[in-house]
Design a protein around this ligand. Structure first.
Ligand code: AMP
Length: 419
């Protein structure tokens, strides 16, 4: 079959790499894609925000299946529009995508279905939000309701910070003021990925990422500076508990609401002393976690995605390579603050060995040269028999990339390696 993949990051490069090996694939297209993806897919220059243009492309190129990488097209209802045009697509409907698109939507489901999460209040009125906040103490967490590109959450260590975060949300910076104020959870964070066809679930794998820019998890938040899989704190028992108490009740809730959840559900968990609690849902694969997941997956991702859309997940299982995978993100100096685009990256053509992949996240090709165009630019992903070995291999490969304007965290995996 012909498949169209939507997206242009490291996550989509990893998905393209995995999909390209599928026995079900005839031809892979990707929009907007990147130079790494171009090795596996024909790049399509479509404006993916223009759903009619995506549909026309699918009709013209006989696309039978569309895989959507990022959250924005899902929240905008691309799956609904493709479905209405008779085109199968992997990902949740606009309604179900509210699990990521609205923090309040998810919290209200958690409250109704007794899903373990932080205690919270939801407000569209500043004076009520302030009154709620004044009855509590720091640390406390303030969240803008909608998609905010990772900038809508403040983990406030003081009440001043908390009030400033409220002011920021009610200034309209994130659109119509709507916020969640929630209890600060203590524990270790982990990412848990589960496929759902609306009725059945299939747990995929676990990972941990590194959101802060600085070593030791300090400094500003980023899109993610590295990840590894599996997450040692997500034991089989912990995965079962998270699946039974958090993910399955959410899938039932969406089904009860008349909008079955179809796609990948990425649960961001805090493993507290009282067990796993939900921090947030994402309605798509994680970036950079997917890069670590795809190199470990032994079964065909396209078969799994099709079974998800066809309601046939009960007939499938998934096998993983026993090794650990670890991804180091190479970013442009200055990221996540201001940075200069346009520097050249050399050395990507050499042989890095069979268990090493370099996924492109923010690059372009200019007269045969690879040029950095984004904040997060490359994802160096290695497999190893131990996490330590995967880490060593990833950093050995990083050292071979000739890019003076780039940087990376030197401690990806530290939390798991220090146990
Ligand atoms: P989110 O966008 O909801 O994942 O939040 C971004 C980050 O803020 C998470 O990855 C956590 O590190 C942190 N965070 C969010 N909610 C809480 C919470 N209730 N307690 C502690 N940390 C949190």
């Amino acid at each position: 079959m012909n498949v169209l993949l939507i997206g242009s990051g490291g996550r989509e490069h990893a998905l393209a790499w995995a999909i390209s090996t599928s026995p079900l694939l005839t031809k892979l297209y990707c929009a907007p894609g990147n130079p790494g993806i171009a090795k596996f897919a024909q790049i399509a220059s479509i404006d993916v925000a223009n759903h009619a243009a995506v549909i026309i492309f699918c009709q013209t190129y006989d696309i039978q299946f569309v895989v959507i990488g990022p959250e924005a097209p899902l929240v905008a209802g691309l799956v609904d529009d493709l479905k209405a045009a008779g085109i199968k697509a992997f990902g949740p409907s606009k309604f179900a995508a509210q699990l990521e698109g609205s923090k309040g939507f998810t919290k209200d489901i958690c409250a109704k279905y007794s899903i373990p999460t932080a205690a919270y209040g939801r407000f569209t009125d500043l004076s009520k939000a302030r009154a709620y906040l004044n009855r509590r103490d720091a640390p406390i967490v303030i969240k803008a309701d909608g998609l905010a590109a990772g900038k809508g959450v403040t983990v406030a260590m003081t009440m001043d910070e908390a009030h400033a975060a409220l002011d920021n949300i009610f200034s309209g910076r994130f659109g119509e003021p709507d916020c969640v104020i929630e209890e600060y959870l203590e524990g270790e964070e982990a990412s848990f990925f589960v496929l759902s066809d609306g009725i059945h679930t299939l747990a995929l794998a676990t990972a941990q990422d590194h959101k802060r820019v600085g070593e030791g998890d300090v400094g500003p938040n980023t899109g993610g500076m590295g990840a590894y899989s599996p997450a040692p704190c997500m034991t089989d028992a912990m995965c079962t508990e998270a699946l039974e108490k958090i993910v399955k009740p959410t899938i039932s809730a969406l089904r009860d609401m008349g909008h079955p959840y179809v796609g990948i559900l990425f649960a961001g968990l805090m493993i507290t002393r009282a067990g796993p609690k939900l921090i947030e849902y994402n309605v798509r694969f994680g970036d950079p976690e997917t890069q670590a997941l795809m190199v470990r997956m032994r079964d065909d991702i396209l078969t799994l995605m099709l079974a998800t859309v066809d309601g046939a997940l009960d007939k499938l299982s998934v096998r993983w390579r026993p090794e650990f995978a670890l991804t180091v993100v190479l970013a442009t100096s200055g990221y996540p603050g201001d940075y200069v685009k346009g520097s050249e990256i050399r050395g990507l053509d050499q042989d890095f060995g069979k268990d090493l992949q370099i996924f492109h996240a923010g690059t372009t090709l200019n007269q045969g040269k690879v040029i950095a165009t984004g904040g997060r630019v490359l994802n160096v992903t290695a497999l190893g028999n131990t996490l330590h070995e995967a880490q060593r291999r990833a950093y050995e490969a990083v050292a071979k990339v000739d890019w003076p304007q780039g940087f990376c965290r030197r401690d990806i995996g530290w939390r798991a390696l220090n146990i």
